[in-house]
Design a protein around this ligand. Structure first.
Ligand code: ADP
Ligand code: MG
Length: 358
């Protein structure tokens, strides 16, 4: 069952196309993110789904029914903004009950529903408090509760963690994901932050210049990027430019401009010999060894010297300068053998063709 279906949605402002023929569907009860840089058209999609602006063309269907002729306040969607827009003069219960009051629901019913939703967000009994008495994370949960109490089919969240500091943001990612599971509601979440999207989402659409580049799970985007933009935007990657020198059964051999030969997977694009192809390898896919023998299982190997060590706990990185002068980023091994590693050390690098994406 699809809760939300977007079909060939386009929005132009004068001659400028902000959203360019975008289609996607979101299964009921799932967490769907749209990830892309600032200005790529994310908020414009949300505003069309919420009904604040009309599409230039295309359709928006919720639970199988087009909502284009439904006014914003009648659509079964709700939106949480970056600036949470709680009413500072009202207490928490009145903030959460606001939408219900506007719908003309009786006060005792409102009181019951507000109490219930406060319970579900793990903040029972705070109804009489003022907004400014809550922490940033509590305000965030109240903003979500204020939407969930209206029981929308789809909750739209527009960079809702943007105003929080880093530590709280880390915590709220986990919190949002568990609230979504708890309410079993469809979330459409937009962000320019890849780590937010990767942590929370069932499916992620990567957006650039008004278009979707790729839709998939975090793992799909991370390990099997289909475009250069996705490979560059989601996670860090080493990248080599080259040409296909052999193509067989989905496996490619690519020879880079620097004369390196490596193998990688074609990912169903059917590239043939002579085609230009970049190859991407994640730093953590690159194994480091003191000798070539340790890396004999890998199709791709190189020698180099350590040019820098970037210590960052478990995510520490090595920058290794290969014999051809190219710099390669690899994850610093955690094993004791490498604890004394220093600049200038000679190393061997290896990675498998499966871990390389052409
Ligand atoms: P994002 O949310 O991804 O940062 P937006 O959807 O807000 O991007 O904007 C996408 C593009 O559309 C931007 O270049 C923005 O300037 C433009 N845009 C958005 N709204 C309007 C508008 N009402 N009139 C003209 N241009 C707009
Ligand atoms: Mg925006």
């Amino acid at each position: 069952l699809q809760d939300l279906e977007i079909q060939n949605l386009t929005k132009t402002f004068d001659a400028f196309t902000a959203v360019d023929n975008v289609s996607f569907s979101v299964p009921a009860g799932s967490f769907f993110s749209i990830l892309g840089p600032s200005g790529c058209g994310k908020t414009t999609i949300m505003r069309m789904v919420a009904g604040f602006i009309d599409p230039t063309s295309g359709d928006i269907r919720i639970k199988g029914r087009s909502v284009l002729d439904v006014p914003p306040n009648k659509r079964p969607v709700n939106m949480v903004f970056q600036h949470l827009a709680l009413f500072p003069m009202m207490n928490i219960a009145d903030n959460i009950g606001y939408g219900l009051r506007r719908k003309g629901i009786a006060q005792d019913e409102i009181t019951r529903k507000v109490g219930e939703v406060l319970e579900r967000i793990g903040l029972p009994g705070i109804g009489q408090r003022k907004v400014n008495e809550l922490s940033g994370g509590q305000k965030q949960r109240v903003a979500i509760a204020r939407c969930m109490v209206l029981e929308p089919d789809v909750l739209l969240l527009d960079e809702p963690l943007g105003a929080l500091d880093l530590k709280l943001r880390e915590h709220m990612k986990i919190e949002l994901k568990s609230l979504q599971a708890e309410f079993d509601t469809t979330f459409v979440y937009i962000t320019h932050d890849q780590s937010e999207a990767l942590v929370m989402s069932d499916q992620i659409a990567v957006m650039n210049n008004g278009r979707f580049e790729q839709v998939g799970t975090g793992q799909d985007l991370y390990y099997r990027p289909e475009t250069a933009f996705v490979a560059g935007f989601v996670g860090d990657s080493n990248r080599w430019r080259g040409k296909v020198t052999r193509a067989e059964g989905g496996q490619l051999q690519i020879t880079t401009e620097a004369g390196l030969t490596m193998t990688g997977s074609d990912q169903g694009r059917g590239l043939s010999v002579g085609a230009a192809a970049d190859i991407y390898v994640r730093p953590e896919a690159i194994r480091v060894g003191r000798s070539a023998d340790e890396l004999s299982q890998f199709e791709n190997t190189m020698r180099g010297t350590v040019s820098s060590i970037l210590f960052n706990g478990a995510a520490s990185r090595l920058i290794v300068r290969a014999e051809n002068g190219q710099e390669i980023e690899a994850t610093l091994p955690q094993s004791g053998e490498f604890s004394g590693i220093s600049r200038g050390d000679a190393l061997h690098l290896g990675w498998s063709g499966e871990q390389a994406n052409a």
